[in-house]
Design a protein around this ligand. Structure first.
Ligand SMILES: Nc1ncnc2c1ncn2[C@@H]1O[C@H](COP(=O)(O)OP(=O)(O)OP(=O)(O)O)[C@@H](O)[C@H]1O
Ligand code: NI
Length: 372
């Protein structure tokens, strides 16, 4: 959602949703999204920003969401957070948090359970209040903390996100913080809700590489300490490899592949994932030119009747233009929405690969030709 610069929710300059209350967890996934479809009714057309998206996030897990610009990553996050504004609307699907369906009526009671960190810390912090002020306000709303207790907790939170000299800096304004320190402060505000799930929408993209690495490390530490679940959105496969436990690969509003991170990198099953991986510097097998996927993500306006990736896919065959591929199990914990895998998973946990001849890597490309 970066292009139009609307990542900060209107009327919430500190980027922290309001509301409170916690319920106790069951054995169900922390977050379970099923068949979620969010559309934008523009003057010209209806954009199907995310289409029939299903996934879960478990307690303490990092789910990475990756895909090119326009693939629906931010809309997925905003849908889960109840931040879709007109002309957008959740058309269908279910979002359950700790087993409870999120509806217009009860969304507010879960506001503090799910926090979001956006790409640009400048849009998330209010320039006219001190950092400490913004943390304390969130503590008051979400944890009922006020006075000295809130002041101490604000300092503790700044310390926990690695801001040196926190006791002094808590009284400073956002402009007195560097970019990296500002994003740490944003994370501190997000944590002041005491969330179970932290959604990070490209939280390091605006930062330089060294700072980016530090923030990723910080999130990793926080996750261990606080048993946080994290939904991490990025277009950068390198960042995914470092942060995610599981990965959803999105394309044109759909999840085209989902797998544990190691498996996704070792044996990607969808040609789109294979293309994304092939464009990571250092992963190319030969030649000095990075292969990129030609073309760009289409903006879907109708329900899919074909594979939305077909016209960019090096392995496409006739049926890809006629049949919409549904996610198919290709391993114990691995799905791919691609007709190459329509035979599915043979149930052998030893390989996790129904067709070894079509497994990872560009070499599998020629195989698709059989179908023509
Ligand atoms: N407010 C809006 N009005 C109309 N269309 C929208 C709106 N917000 C998002 N979209 C459309 O929804 C689709 C998905 O957008 P989204 O922001 O989720 O992509 P993204 O994967 O987050 O991309 P990026 O990497 O650029 O942030 C795009 O086609 C986009 O144009
Ligand atoms: Ni986005």
């Amino acid at each position: 959602m970066r292009p139009n610069g609307t990542d900060a929710p209107a009327g919430e300059p500190d980027g922290v949703p309001t509301g409170a209350a916690c319920t106790d967890g069951g054995r169900e996934a922390l977050l379970a999204v099923e068949g979620l479809t969010t559309v934008f009714h523009t003057d010209k057309e209806t954009i199907r920003a995310i289409d029939d998206v299903s996934f879960t996030v478990d307690k303490g897990e990092t789910l990475g969401i990756v895909g090119e610009s326009g693939s629906g990553k931010s809309v997925t996050a905003r849908s889960v957070l109840g931040l879709i504004d007109s002309p957008g609307v959740i058309e269908s699907g279910s979002i359950r948090f700790r087993g409870e369906e999120l509806t217009d009526d009860n969304w507010d009671t879960h506001r503090g359970d799910i926090s979001i960190v956006f790409q640009d810390p400048n849009n998330s912090l209010n320039p006219v209040y001190t950092v400490g002020n913004q943390i304390r306000e969130t503590l008051r709303i979400h944890q009922n903390l006020t006075g000295a207790a809130a002041r101490e907790e604000a300092v503790r939170l700044l310390e926990s996100v690695g801001i040196p000299d926190a006791r002094r800096r808590v009284g400073e304004y956002p402009h007195q913080f560097s970019g990296g320190m500002k994003q740490r402060a944003v994370i501190a505000v997000a944590l002041a809700c005491d969330p179970d799930l932290l959604v990070c929408d490209e939280p390091t993209t605006a930062l330089d590489v060294t700072i980016q690495a530090q923030i990723l490390e910080l999130l990793d530490d926080l996750q261990d300490e606080e048993d946080l679940a994290i939904m991490f959105i990025t277009h950068d496969m390198g960042v995914i490899e470092e942060t995610a436990d599981r990965v959803n690969v999105m394309y044109a509003g759909e999840i085209v592949e989902s797998a544990p991170v190691d498996e996704l990198f070792d044996a990607p099953q969808h040609p789109y994932t294979q293309g994304l991986l092939a464009s990571i510097p250092g992963r190319t097998v030969s030649g000095d030119r990075l292969p990129t996927i030609g073309g760009e993500v289409p903006t879907p306006t109708t329900e899919p009747t074909d594979c939305r990736f077909a016209d960019r896919c090096p392995q496409a065959f006739d049926a890809c233009e006629r049949v919409h591929p549904e996610p198919i199990r290709v391993g114990p914990d691995h799905t791919a929405a691609c007709l190459l895998h329509e035979d599915g998973y043979d149930g052998d946990p030893g390989t996790g690969d129904p067709r070894p001849d079509r497994s990872a890597g560009g070499d599998a490309v020629a195989d698709g030709g059989d179908h023509q």
